[in-house]
Write a protein that binds this ligand. Structure first.
Ligand SMILES: Nc1ncnc2c1ncn2[C@@H]1O[C@H](COP(=O)(O)OP(=O)(O)OP(=O)(O)O)[C@@H](O)[C@H]1O
Ligand SMILES: CC(C)(CO)[C@@H](O)C(=O)[O-]
Length: 263
């Protein structure tokens, strides 16, 4: 049977990788309504297509082999892949939910989410995005467990200047040490009740010190700030998100309180 599921995208604005990735990284993320839809059909061998084109998609392939199935998977992404919108996690989670139905696997939701998380960690493409995409909303962990708040569907503007491979950043010890130091500092004063402009300003202090911000990112953040807005970088992509400066960045999405679901 052919089954379809959707998972929202997600943006991580602060993170501190953990030695044991089982429960995800520490940090602050939120789900956005533009995400990924996966259509899963049992097949003799696994083939993944992204927006119609055949592609290698390691976390999705790992997930299916862990579930012991092979399938034709069609992914439709409303956010760019590899640019900080957690498209790999969304694709993997949506595939897990659809595959559970398509193959009658009878797994609980939690077990599907775990399988998607393990495949993301094993592929090196994520450290916790699927937990955000499972629930929706603003999700953070400053060290004492995962917390969640419901956003009001705020609109954020964004621009993307290029991809940054999550695998290469997570695999670079020096880069991760700089990120972790900046992230710990940011989380020590994180205020979960703060409105988005304040959250973005605090997140930018982290991004600025993380070693991950590029020139294009810095220029865009400066343009938004000059127009009276707040901006920060989506981790990890050459992508800037902004609030309070309409017209400066070309694209838009909205925060969502809804998590992944069958469609
Ligand atoms: N056209 C494509 N562009 C980028 N990645 C692609 C593409 N097609 C397949 N992939 C696969 O998608 C995955 C992208 O993972 P990555 O974690 O870098 O992206 P992301 O989840 O969108 O970004 P982030 O984790 O930074 O939010 C990789 O497994 C890569 O091989
Ligand atoms: C690793 C990460 C912080 C950036 O890609 C995010 O994808 C996550 O938390 O999974």
């Amino acid at each position: 049977m052919t089954e379809r599921a959707y998972a929202p995208g997600s943006v991580t604005v602060v993170f501190v990788p953990q030695d044991d990735p089982e429960e995800g990284s520490l940090g602050v993320s939120f789900a956005v309504e533009d995400g990924v839809t996966a259509t899963v059909e049992p097949a003799a061998e696994t083939v993944v297509r992204l927006d119609g084109d055949r592609t290698d998609f390691e976390p999705v392939e790992r997930l299916l082999s862990r579930l012991n199935v092979s399938a034709a998977v069609e992914l439709d992404a409303a956010v760019p892949v590899g640019r900080g919108f957690g498209a790999s996690g969304a694709a993997t989670l949506a595939t897990a939910l659809a595959a559970n139905e398509a193959f009658g696997l009878g797994r609980s939701r939690e077990s599907s989410v775990r399988a998607a998380h393990r495949a993301e960690v094993a592929a090196g493409t994520g450290l916790g995005d699927v937990f955000v995409q499972d629930r929706g909303g603003v999700v953070w962990n400053t060290g004492d467990g995962v917390r969640r708040a419901e956003p009001d569907g705020e609109t954020v503007a964004y621009a993307s200047y290029g991809g940054i491979s999550t695998v290469s950043v997570l695999g670079d010890k020096e880069a991760i040490a700089a990120v972790a130091a900046a992230g710990r500092e940011a989380l020590s004063s994180f205020d979960p009740e703060a409105p988005l402009p304040e959250l973005f300003d605090a997140a930018w202090r982290f991004a600025d010190e993380s070693g991950l911000a590029t020139d294009a990112v810095r220029t865009a953040v400066a343009d938004v700030t000059a127009a009276g807005g707040s901006a920060t970088m989506a981790m990890v992509g050459e992508t800037v998100l902004a609030v309070g400066a309409p017209g400066v960045l070309p694209n838009r999405t909205r925060l969502t309180a809804s998590g992944a679901e069958l469609r």
